[in-house]
Design a protein around this ligand. Structure first.
Ligand code: BV8
Length: 257
């Protein structure tokens, strides 16, 4: 879809140019154009027969730790082969041009930081970090044995990815920071998320309640769409660069500058 296919509302570019406070909630869709399957895309290959919701839980891990560890190992390996896309880079440009800018991401792929974003809250953790399932403490080195999951070098318990599974609490301080920023912002962008997973999906509603302009960027409508001030229907890898160029014509949002 060509950039001009998604018109950018003038009041939105005016708000960005005026340096309003901006918060972004990003979901798996912003990484789709980097080749990372979205969370609810059909799983491929060996994983086709599992629903992510049935793997990303502590119960699934207790039931079959090897299966869950190997699923994350496969996702980590796949991440080695992907790079941030123009959508990630456009948000880096936006951060550099706004005095108050924050990304609250549901993604565990670390691509915002790899693109150069600095103000990033990882609501659901990061797949490249590992922690002990028993101690709930990070582990940065361990000995790989014949079986997976590997064992904690301190207590011998199973190791697990440092992500927030379903039915686990989000890191309180991180989520509270996202809530406070959402309640204070003037423009809230919901980008590439199905807006189904809570409490992350409550952040755009928090912003709306506080009177913010709510912009949704997604090629598909979601339960949030009826509440959005603007629904920019298209892939974020095209819409976000178009938004940045409209607000700051001298910007080159696609490139990793
Ligand atoms: C909690 C880490 C308290 C792991 C993830 C009933 C109602 C409401 C809530 C609940 C309920 N029952 C249970 C709950 C709570 C539950 C929940 O919300 N469930 C939902 C499914 C109903 N939430 C929790 O459990 C949370 N914790 O509530 O704690 C508690 C404590 C104890 C006991 C009880 C409660 C924890 C949630 C965190 C789960 N972990 N990830 C991992 O990644 O492996 S969530 C997972 O979903 C990912 O992080 C993912 O990012 C996130 C959200 O999905 P999306 O990012 O939106 O991805 P999705 O595939 O769904 O959509 C992609 C979108 O992109 C689509 O809209 C698509 O159109 C769009 N798209 C595609 N291409 C593009 C694009 N957009 C732009 N450009 C493109 N090119």
């Amino acid at each position: 879809m060509a950039n001009e296919a998604v018109p950018i509302p003038p009041d939105l570019t005016a708000a960005l140019r005026a340096g309003r406070r901006v918060v972004v909630l990003s979901g798996a869709g912003i990484s789709a154009e980097s080749g990372v399957p979205t969370f609810r895309d059909a799983q491929t290959g060996h994983w086709a027969r599992f629903r992510p919701e049935d793997l990303a839980t502590p119960e699934a891990f207790r039931r079959n730790p090897k299966l869950v560890w190997d699923w994350y190992a496969a996702r980590r390996a796949q991440l080695q082969r992907v790079t941030p896309n123009p959508g990630h880079h456009a948000l880096v440009q936006m951060e550099r041009r706004l005095p108050h800018f924050l990304i609250a991401t549901q993604n565990v792929d670390g691509l915002h930081a790899r693109a150069g974003s600095r103000q990033v809250l990882e609501l659901h953790g990061n797949i490249t970090r590992t922690k002990c399932f028993t101690e709930n403490l990070l582990v940065d080195a361990w000995t790989d044995g014949p079986e997976t999951p590997p064992k904690c070098p301190r207590c011998g318990g199973w190791l697990r990815p440092d992500v927030v599974w379903f039915n686990e609490m989000l890191p309180a301080a991180i989520f509270e920071e996202g809530q406070a920023a959402s309640a204070r912002c003037e423009v809230f962008l919901s980008v590439g998320t199905s807006a189904l997973v809570y409490p992350a999906a409550s952040l755009p509603l928090e912003a709306l309640r506080a009177g913010a302009v709510l912009v949704e960027i997604n090629p598909q409508p979601t339960p949030l769409t009826p509440h959005a001030t603007h629904f920019l229907c298209g892939p974020s890898g095209q819409v976000l660069p178009a938004l940045v160029r409209a607000a700051w014509p001298d910007a080159h949002p696609e490139s990793a500058q």
